[in-house]
Design a protein around this ligand. Structure first.
Ligand code: COA
Length: 182
């Protein structure tokens, strides 16, 4: 099936997530190195859980937009980026993302977040985007900072990260006017 592309960048693009992507997503969601810094690091997903998740985000498009991150060079799926808790009344949403390990370190996440911000600010007309990151997840903090996000708060020693201990949860946010002038 040909995948509709929503926004195109230099190295990666954001496309519509397809049902046939789910077997890969399921493997990556269960990879402990990917999982460690996502919500519920201990979670174990059955394939059916993943299909239910796909159906849920498909049904709840007003609340979530989850995009396939596609490597332009190979046209391969490399990860996901989601705009969650879309709140039109207050004009904000939360972003979250992950890439399969083999694609880390190529600046793909930085570009994918840039594209997701373009979607949030230009297409959803939001005022603000925010993100939560665990203190040990330095790569993700860099990704946000390289897109203009500011650290605005933290919950101290709030979450247990396997093999690393209790971690602060850091809150980052970016307003549309800050993004436009970044
Ligand atoms: C976080 C994640 C998305 C980053 O993806 P990525 O494509 O490798 O990120 P990028 O290459 O765009 O940028 C990473 C930046 O962090 C830096 N970095 C990576 N590891 C680092 C470390 N341990 N210490 C300091 N900086 C680090 C890189 O050098 C790069 O910065 P630079 O461009 O200034 O050199 C990826 O590691 C991932 O999927 N992790 C698991 C899931 C996850 O943590 N999701 C985010 C939850 S908030």
């Amino acid at each position: 099936m040909q995948r509709p592309i929503i926004l195109t960048g230099r190295k990666v693009s954001l496309g519509v997530l397809l049902r046939e992507d789910i077997p890969k997503v399921w493997l990556w969601y269960n990879d402990r190195d990917v999982r460690r810094y996502l919500s519920s690091p201990d979670a174990v997903f059955y394939f059916e859980d993943e299909m239910e998740w796909y159906e849920r985000i498909r049904r709840e498009k007003e609340k979530h937009r989850v995009f396939a991150v596609i490597e332009n060079r190979s046209d391969s799926l490399v990860g996901l980026i989601g705009v969650h808790k879309i709140n039109h009344k207050n004009g904000h949403a939360e972003i979250g993302y992950f890439l399969s390990k083999q694609y880390w370190g190529k600046r793909y996440a930085t570009e994918a977040v840039g594209l997701a911000l373009e979607y949030c600010f230009k297409w959803l007309n939001l005022r603000k985007v925010y993100a939560r990151v665990y203190e040990y997840n330095v790569a993700s903090q860099r990704v946000l900072e390289k897109n203009g996000f500011k650290l605005v708060g933290r919950l101290k020693k709030h979450v247990h990260i396997p093999e690393e201990g209790f971690a602060d949860v850091l809150f980052y946010e970016l307003f549309k006017d800050e993004w436009e002038s970044f």
